[in-house]
Write a protein that binds this ligand. Structure first.
Ligand code: MN
Length: 150
C-alpha cells in the first residue's frame, strides 16, 4: 500500500499506483462485471479500508451477508440496491448503510458503470451467500425476488 500523501487520479476513476483488481479472489460466488481498487489501507493508523468498486452496466455484486458493516457512497453512474427487505434506486452521491447480518446486492442499471466507495473494517469475516432455503425465503417477497440475481 502506498504511503504517498497525494495519489493523483490518472484517468477517470483510476488512481496512480493503485491496481485494478478482480472483485473477489475466490470463485464460486455469483457476481458479474466488477472491479475493485483498494484506495486506503493504512493499518498502522486506521482499522478501516476504503475501496472503490465499479460494476459494468448490467452487472451485479454478490448477494451476500456477513457480520461486518458497509458504508457506501455512489460516485459514478446509477443503479439499484437491495439491503435487507428494501430495494431502492441509487443516484449519484447517494449513501447506503449495510448493517451487520443484512442481505445486500448492488446492480448497475444505467448506461454507464455504477461506481461506489465502500468503507469496511480491516479485520472482518468472510461474506456468506444464501443457502437454498434462505434463497427461497428471500424470493418469497416478490419485491426482493424480482430484484436479486443469484
Ligand atoms: Mn458485502
Amino acid at each position: 500500500m502506498s504511503d504517498k500523501t497525494h495519489i493523483p487520479q490518472t484517468e477517470p476513476f483510476r488512481w496512480e499506483g493503485i491496481p485494478l483488481l478482480a472483485y473477489k479472489e475466490e470463485s464460486g460466488s455469483h457476481f458479474k462485471s466488477i472491479t475493485r481498487q483498494v484506495l486506503f489501507d493504512d493499518g498502522e493508523h486506521f482499522d478501516t479500508q476504503l475501496r472503490y468498486f465499479e460494476i459494468a452496466p448490467g452487472g451485479h455484486s454478490t448477494l451476500e451477508r456477513h457480520d461486518h458493516a458497509h458504508s457506501v457512497m455512489v460516485i459514478r453512474g446509477a443503479g439499484s440496491a437491495l439491503v435487507g427487505g428494501d430495494v431502492f434506486k441509487l443516484a449519484l452521491r447517494d449513501l447506503v448503510r449495510v448493517p451487520p447480518g443484512t442481505w445486500h446486492q448492488f446492480r448497475a442499471t444505467g448506461g454507464e458503470p455504477l461506481g461506489f466507495l465502500c468503507l469496511v473494517r480491516r479485520e472482518r469475516d468472510k461474506p456468506r451467500v444464501p443457502t437454498k432455503e434462505e434463497l427461497a425465503e428471500l424470493r418469497a417477497d416478490p419485491k426482493v425476488g424480482g430484484f436479486i440475481r443469484a
